[in-house]
Each structure stands twice: as C-alpha cells, then as structure tokens.
Design a protein around this ligand. Structure first.
Ligand SMILES: [Zn+2]
Length: 211
C-alpha cells in the first residue's frame, strides 16, 4: 500500500507552525495541569513530574527513549495510549517535520530536518525536545485526534503539564518546533534524498525506560 501518499493534514499543520514564526497566535490551553502536581518519590527524594520528564528528555539517547517519554506524557496528561507504532526516517521537504499515514501504525520523521537541528544546536536536549514535539503531534493523530488545531492545543497542554511552563518542549509547543531553526536559511540547504529506513527497536513494550 502506498501509504506515503496518504498523509494526514500535517502538511497544512506545519504550514501553521511556520506562520506562527511570523507572529500569529499559537494555541493555548489555560486549564491547570493535573500531571504537574503529581509527585514521585525516588531515592528518598521527591521529584515533581516535571523534574522527572525534564531529566528524561535531557538524557534520552535514542528515538525509542524519546518515544517512551511521548507515550508516558500523553498517558499522564490525557489518559490515552496506543502500542505497536513504528517509526520510519525519510528525507522530506523541510517544511514537513513528520507525518502519520491515517489507518497505519506508522510515523515518518524527517531525517534531514532532525540532522539540521543536530548540527545547528549541538544540544542533545534541544534535539530530543524537537523530536519529542514532532512525535507527540503525530502520536495524537494516531490516537484519533485529527483536526490540526486540536492537536496543536493538546501538544501545548501535555507539554506544559509534563515539562512545566519554562521548558524548551513547552516553548516549542507554544511557538513551533521550527522556532529552533530560526535564522537558518533552510532554502539554501540541498540535502541528498536517501532511502527510507525503519528505526529498529523503536517500541519495546516490555522494557520501561528507567530514569
Ligand atoms: Zn498534524
């Protein structure tokens, strides 16, 4: 099945992200976060939910580890989850971060764009935050949230509840993942088109990521 042609409306959505860079209003959800106030006891010390998620996103070493954070934050914030997703990497046009072909278990992430962020920021925390923002958006589509405005609003709500107001993930949700690329002349970048690849060990249902 040629699912690469069955995109969701993310093209459009990420055009919105780009227009956010031009100063348009981004979605806000003013309801107070329940996840933010949960506290977990670890090694005799209390950590807030935000502290735990901030630590995890800073330390994540793979797409699979970022994905575990995506699933946990959505579960914490919305109580929704889905297993069995697969991640593919492909070299897509630079205005498109990722997409979920409706009716599949697949998310396709723009490999070129992630590599540009890696080179531009040289920060694992920022790259992970960027990847988190793209993946959580597509995961919400996969959970059945189709309208772009609804997804963007939910990404902001989840980010704020789980990472706190003053974290890069929340900032990217409020502005746009493309805010990280501000000042980089994307139009001048000529990236080679490589074969699509599947990310191995993306989802490990029996193996929890331990902080
Ligand atoms: Zn979308």
């Amino acid at each position: 099945m040629s699912w690469i042609h069955q995109k969701t409306a993310c093209d459009e959505g990420f055009s919105h992200h780009v227009s956010n860079l031009l100063g348009l209003q981004s979605p806000r959800d003013e309801r107070s976060g329940k996840a933010r106030n949960n506290r977990k006891l670890e090694a005799g010390k209390e950590f807030s939910t935000a502290e735990v998620y901030r630590s995890r996103i800073s330390k994540a070493e793979s797409f699979g580890e970022v994905w575990e954070i995506v699933k946990d934050t959505v579960k914490d914030s919305l109580g929704e989850h889905r297993v069995g997703m697969m991640l593919f990497l492909d070299d897509l046009p630079l205005h498109l971060g990722a997409y979920h072909p409706l009716g599949t278990n697949n998310i396709v992430l723009n490999r070129t764009l992630v590599q540009i962020v890696e080179v531009a920021t040289k920060s694992k925390r920022l790259v992970n935050g960027f990847v988190y923002s793209l993946l959580v958006h597509e995961y919400l589509h996969a959970l059945g949230h189709i309208p772009e405005a609804e997804v963007r609003s939910l990404v902001y709500k989840i980010s704020r509840e789980c990472f706190g107001e003053d974290h890069i993930v929340t900032s990217l949700a409020e502005k746009s993942p493309w805010a990280l690329l501000r000042g980089i002349p994307l139009r001048g970048i000529e990236a080679p088109r490589r074969a699509m690849e599947i990310v191995k060990d993306f989802e490990k249902p029996n193996q929890r990521y331990i902080v």
